[in-house]
Write a protein that binds this ligand. Sequence first.
Ligand code: NDP
Ligand code: 8X3
Length: 252
Amino acid sequence: MKTALITGATSGFGEAIAYRLAKLNYQLIITGRRRERLSKLKNELINIYKNDVIDLCFDVRDHAACKEAILSLPANFRNIDLLINNAGLAAGASPFNESLTSDFEQMIDTNIKGLLYMTELIIPTMIERKSGHIINISSIAGVEVYPNGHVYCATKHAVNAITKGLRLDLVKYGIRVSSVSPGMAETEFSIVRYHGDTEKASNVYQGIIPLCADDIADSVEFIVTRPKHVCIQDILLTPTQQANTYISNRKN
Ligand code: NDP
Ligand code: 8X3
């Protein structure tokens, strides 16, 4: 049985990916900061799929906490075959000069530094075994910058550079490195982005059928079910009504 670790499994893409990988018979390590949600998800996954699941509650911005979490894993969970770096967020959607420094820091610390911490902690056993797969959840925001997107877009551009860099450095160990780059998807993402303002969040998807978390789980399933000699480097997917980050065909 293969082992996967998913960061940010308490909602949205991470949760959908957890269900999908459990269905594909992975034993899972699910992580996030919201302990109750993790326990609930763990119980549901065990009830439905009977797979082994470990829940680790920590903040990916805290290097010591990431390390402690990985070191706490029992022997049969230490060889992680698949790392899904999914935890992330956008904080704020204002012009640069009206944005909060604390939002900049939260996005950079989570989307870039958290991903780096988890990757550096997990790849040593992949390198040892000359096998493994890392999937970074990037975004269409990593491909093009949109108004008021500045730092969020910068973090996802960084995720893409890190993904390419990892692929270059890990190719000699047979480790696959992929990314998934979604456009607009309705999860808790916009509620978080607008600091809990649900009205502003729902306006984001007005007149659009957005992607849903299962669409991203479909991409992950496609990537992980390819034969070992195939590395899907990236899947960029958007709603049919979204042409790029700022041109959409909204039906009102
Ligand atoms: P959600 O807000 O629904 O989920 C985000 C997840 O990240 C939660 O499980 C949250 O868990 C976790 N998370 C956030 N900050 C931290 C932290 N500091 N430490 C640990 N976990 C953290 O959003 P999505 O599912 O939509 O987002 C998942 C990823 O997909 C993100 O990287 C996002 O940038 C990306 N993305 C989203 C798109 C969208 O339109 N929805 C499109 C393209 C990419 P908890 O709060 O419990 O810690
Ligand atoms: C989230 C997609 O277009 O809102 O990464 O930035 S977008």
